[in-house]
Design a protein around this ligand. Structure first.
Ligand code: PLP
Length: 441
């Protein structure tokens, strides 16, 4: 007891002493007072995955200017915007030029014409009831999955399937929920990593610890794998029993081809009480450069404050959007609306089929060359097992140096991604075939 008291007194004394020294130095002008930063950012590991890849590719190209590098790394589309969508944009531009039809600031949540189409075509047609005022149009699912933490705060225990889209983890590092990085294990100490790998058939097991937030990406980026309705239901039930919230990113929903794979988490009974869903026009309709997405926050979804009061998340998110966002441009929302027209649907489907044909070419060529592959049936990503004995970054270097093909090392998506490698089907047909011929040699 005595020793503990002495330790506490010593710590207190040291703190006062160091504060006194700092103030003395400021007073003496030895050091300057400074503004503060969010030091959680210093816990982020290296640079963001794709900038590391870009740097490696750039330096390879500088050293080998004669070599043609084929990029199958970043998940960006290559097909141009379909005609029905471009036509809608032209029309909207004309409206903006006319004093009678010009539009200034729009509703922060999105125009009704778009929210109604989303509610009808993306939900009602799949027997899911979502009302337009549960839909919030934004400039990207990436921003939304990051911004949602504004209303959730930094007191939650977070579970993340591993490997997965790195933004979920990094944004939690930024707000301090991830804790310290453990270099030896390659993980953040406060995050519950839920492995998805060949050994568990890419089906995540329920968490060992009690968690508050659960991130899901389905179809998964990077593994390209999906869950059945029964498997997803176990998570919805878990969330209900444990008062947890599921953050469900279905940016690749349009790539699903198999039956019994849920397109929306709300296809699972009761999910509206426990889940927020993120969707994007980026991969669905080639909007990566146009920027339009949406987030569904059901009105049933509620939480309790520390003093036991009910708080509805739809209201909070609405407040956040109204305060921090001024809406997606009118022209872009008219373009997104055109995605749901008959022509628009036909044309985006043609593009998706084009990418999925690439996926088939990649999958079959890799299998022929002796690689074990996963994904590629319900998503534009092929997840391949790298040969035994080399790491996923070593495989990246080997592929770049020997075949001039750029992919993404699995470990960049989380520790369980080690030993795997992601190739995307978003390239042109010509480049996809060329890359696969190089691999086959
Ligand atoms: N969610 C996932 C799983 C993604 O893979 C991506 C982009 O690669 C995004 C969201 C980003 O979507 P957006 O372009 O709408 O920001």
């Amino acid at each position: 007891m005595m020793i503990r008291m002495m330790n506490i007194t010593n710590k207190f004394y040291d703190k006062i002493k160091s504060l006194f020294i700092d103030y003395y130095k400021i007073y003496k002008k030895e050091i300057k007072k400074m503004f503060k930063i969010n030091e959680n950012y210093l816990e982020l590991q290296d640079s963001y995955l794709f900038s590391t890849i870009a740097k490696k590719v750039e330096s390879y190209k500088l050293e080998h200017p004669d070599k043609e590098v084929i990029k199958m790394g970043i998940g960006d589309v290559t097909r141009p915007i379909p005609k029905a969508i471009a036509d809608a944009m032209h029309k909207a531009v004309d409206e903006m030029q006319n004093a009678n039809t010009f539009r200034g600031y729009g509703p922060e949540q999105g125009y009704d014409f778009l929210r109604e189409k989303i509610a009808k075509f993306d939900y009602e047609d799949r027997n899911v009831k979502i009302s337009p005022d549960e839909i919030f149009v934004s400039d990207g699912a990436k921003c939304d999955v990051a911004n949602i933490l504004d209303i959730l705060g930094n007191k939650n225990k977070v579970a993340i399937t591993d490997p997965v889209y790195p933004v979920y983890l990094d944004t939690n590092v930024m707000i301090g929920t991830a804790g310290k990085y453990n270099n030896e294990k390659g993980i953040y100490e406060n995050v519950e990593y839920i492995p998805i790998k060949a050994e568990n058939n890419f089906v995540p097991q329920l968490p060992k610890e009690d968690v508050d937030l659960i991130y899901f990406c389905l179809p998964n980026n990077p593994t390209g794998t999906v869950l059945s309705k029964d498997d997803l239901k176990k998570w919805v039930d878990y969330a209900k029993e444990n008062n947890a919230l599921i953050l469900f990113d279905s940016a690749y929903e349009r790539y699903i081809t198999e039956e019994n794979v849920p397109h929306s988490i709300y296809e699972i009974e009761g999910a509206k009480e426990v889940a927020i869903e993120f969707r994007s026009f980026s991969k669905t309709a080639g909007f990566t450069g146009m920027r339009c997405a949406y987030t569904v926050v059901p009105k049933e979804l509620k939480c309790k404050t520390a003093s036991g009061e009910d708080v509805f998340l739809n209201k909070l998110w609405n407040r956040r959007m109204c305060t921090k966002f001024n809406g997606v441009s009118y022209i872009t929302q008219r373009a997104a609306e055109a995605v749901y027209s008959e022509e628009g649907q036909k044309q985006i489907k043609e593009n998706i089929n084009y990418y999925m044909e690439n996926a088939k070419i990649i999958r079959e060529s890799l299998n022929k060359a002796g690689y074990k592959t996963y994904g590629g049936f319900n998503s534009p990503y092929i997840w391949l097992k790298v040969p035994d004995g080399i790491s996923s970054w070593e495989f990246f270097d080997k592929l770049l140096n020997e075949k001039q093909i750029v992919g993404t090392p699995g470990v960049g998506f989380g520790p369980s991604g080690e030993g795997y490698f992601r190739l995307t089907a978003f390239g042109t047909r010509e480049n996809t075939i060329k890359a696969m011929e190089r691999l086959g040699k």
